[in-house]
Each structure stands twice: as structure tokens, then as C-alpha cells.
Design a protein around this ligand. Structure first.
Ligand code: SAM
Length: 293
């Protein structure tokens, strides 16, 4: 890694080990309900069967890791790699409580994680691949952990404006407090939308030595809350509204606008907003030589 990439990777790790990671642990039920439909699509694409060894990247608080661990029983196992100590601690506790003894969690930067080459039948991820300081070597390193012929299945977000989940709160902020609007992401910088360009995503996989690459649009209705009050709470606690929370009057105005905006998305299943992801499936080619790193 270059000095700049090392610096960026350290910043990303600090964020996930600090407030951001703690926020995901505190809001675990909300995030799990929200992202479960996306994770189910990843697991379907991964086609897991008994006995397989799975590597999950950015396993976070472990919901999908444990689901995968169940699918590969008996005889299989899952290793979740995550840079966040607090999130991995939570995932470990959860696996113990839920009796998923075949799910293991490693705290490391997945870009360089020390795991054997060609050790896994399948690599999966639910929104854990967009935060690398230097994605090309990270993808190569990860593809090389997969056995020749092994599968790769993951989701990353499309560009922000394609998901109501991000566009609705952003529009509320833009109307109530435009000076606090989150600036558009810097192209190429690590972050939730860094792999929103499907051409870039495919190029990364090709350079990493993956084959049979399929990048599909995946749109799901994602549950933000059981009712409006819960949905507003969940959205108000998100990091994009950090600046709003310090100001009581402004917070009230934002909440009022959010209530109005979310009313259009409320139905019998609760408050749902669309999420637009790229569902990627690929393979490490069988029999080919390992790519250099
Ligand atoms: C958006 S969260 C998703 C968490 C989990 N997959 C889920 O869907 O609930 C992204 C996850 O990627 C992890 N992460 C970010 N950069 C990473 C890196 N370089 N190596 C390993 N994990 C990383 C974060 O700590 C976090 O757990």
C-alpha cells in the first residue's frame, strides 16, 4: 500500500472502530431488518450447500454470517472478516447465543487479511466491500482466498440517488437545511457508494482475476421501521443527520418534513423505502494460475 492508501485505510478503520461501528451495534435490530432482503439475495446467489467453507467480507454484527453458517451445516463453516472490533465482538456473542459454533470472526483489514490462499469455496459480502483505500489489490487478495472454481456473491449500493433509502432523507435536508446537505461522494474515495459505477465494479473483478462475472440490478423494499415514529427515530440517528441533531428547532423541522415524506411510503408492512444495489456473482476460474498480488 502507498503511504496515502495506508493513511486512508487507518481513517476508515478508526471510523468503524469508533462512533460508526458503535452506532451499528446500538441499532443492530434496525439495520438487520433493513438489510435482510439484500442479504437473502446474496445467499441465494451464493448457492451455499452443506460442507462448504465461506469467507464473508465486512461481516459486521453477523446476521448474514450466521444465516450462511446454518446453510453450510453440517460440516461447513464461515469466517467473517471485519475491521471493526466492536462489531465483531457483537457478532461473536450473537453466534454463541444462537449456537452457531461454525461461525468464526476475525478482526482485520480484509484487503490484507492473513488467511490461506485458495481456502474458501465461496466469498460473500453484504455491503462490506466499498470501504477499501485501494480496492484493486484488495479485490485481488480476496479473489485469491477463493478456491479455483469457487463462487463469489455480494451486494454493493448503486449511486446514492437510486435508493429512496438515501434520497428521501437527503431531499428533506436539502429542503429544510440546504447548508447541512451531505456533499456528493468524492469519486473513488472509500464509502457506501464507491462501487456504484458497474463498469468500475466489473473492471475491479476482471483485474482481480475473477471470471463468469454477472452484475445485476437488485431493488428491494427495505423496512425502515414498523411505523412512522420508529422510522423517524432510525433515520434521525443516521450519520447523515449528525449536524441536525445538535439544534432542537431545526431537528423538529426536519422531523416534521420526514413525517410528511415517509407517510407516502407507509403500508401494512411498516415504512418501506426502496434500496438499489448491484448484486454481483462471479467465480475464480478453475485451474488458472494464481494472480500475483
Ligand atoms: C455497511 S457495514 C455492513 C455490515 C454487515 N455486512 C451488514 O450488512 O450488516 C460495512 C462493514 O464493513 C466493514 N469494513 C469496512 N472496511 C473494511 C475493511 N477494510 N476490511 C474489513 N471490513 C471492513 C465495517 O466495519 C462494517 O462492518
Amino acid at each position: 500500500m502507498t503511504d496515502i492508501a495506508e493513511h486512508v485505510a487507518a481513517e476508515v478503520a478508526a471510523r468503524w472502530n469508533g462512533e460508526t461501528g458503535l452506532h451499528w451495534v446500538e441499532e443492530v435490530d434496525g439495520f438487520d431488518a433493513l438489510l435482510d432482503p439484500m442479504g437473502r439475495a446474496v445467499l441465494d446467489a451464493a448457492g451455499l450447500v452443506s460442507g462448504q467453507r465461506v469467507l464473508e467480507v465486512g461481516s459486521g454484527t453477523g446476521q448474514m454470517t450466521i444465516q450462511a453458517a446454518r446453510m453450510v451445516e453440517p460440516g461447513g463453516s464461515v469466517v467473517g472478516v471485519d475491521v471493526s472490533g466492536p462489531m465483531a465482538d457483537f457478532a461473536r456473542r450473537r453466534a454463541r447465543v444462537e449456537g452457531a459454533g461454525n461461525a468464526d470472526f476475525v478482526v482485520a483489514d480484509a484487503a490484507t487479511v492473513d488467511l490461506p490462499e485458495a481456502a474458501f469455496d465461496v466469498l460473500t459480502s453484504r455491503f462490506g466491500l466499498m470501504f477499501f483505500a485501494d480496492p484493486a489489490p484488495a479485490f485481488t487478495h480476496l479473489v485469491n482466498r477463493v478456491k479455483p472454481g469457487g463462487r463469489i456473491a455480494f451486494v454493493v449500493w448503486q449511486e446514492m440517488e437510486r435508493s429512496e433509502l438515501f434520497a428521501v432523507p437527503a431531499a428533506v435536508i436539502a429542503s429544510v437545511a440546504p447548508h447541512l446537505a451531505v456533499p456528493p461522494p468524492v469519486p473513488g474515495a472509500p464509502g457506501p457508494f464507491s462501487l456504484g459505477d458497474p463498469a468500475r465494479l466489473e473492471a475491479l473483478l476482471v483485474c482481480a482475476g475473477a471470471g463468469d462475472i454477472c452484475v445485476e440490478r437488485l431493488q428491494r423494499r427495505l423496512r425502515v421501521g414498523a411505523g412512522i415514529a420508529e422510522a423517524i427515530d432510525f433515520v434521525m440517528r443516521s450519520s447523515s443527520l449528525d449536524a441536525v441533531r445538535g439544534d432542537g428547532a431545526l431537528q423538529q423541522r426536519v422531523e416534521r418534513e420526514l413525517r410528511r415524506a415517509l407517510a407516502d411510503h407507509t403500508g401494512p408492512a411498516g415504512v418501506e423505502l426502496t434500496g438499489a444495489a448491484w448484486l454481483v456473482s462471479a467465480r475464480r476460474p478453475a485451474g488458472g494460475p494464481a494472480e500475483g498480488e
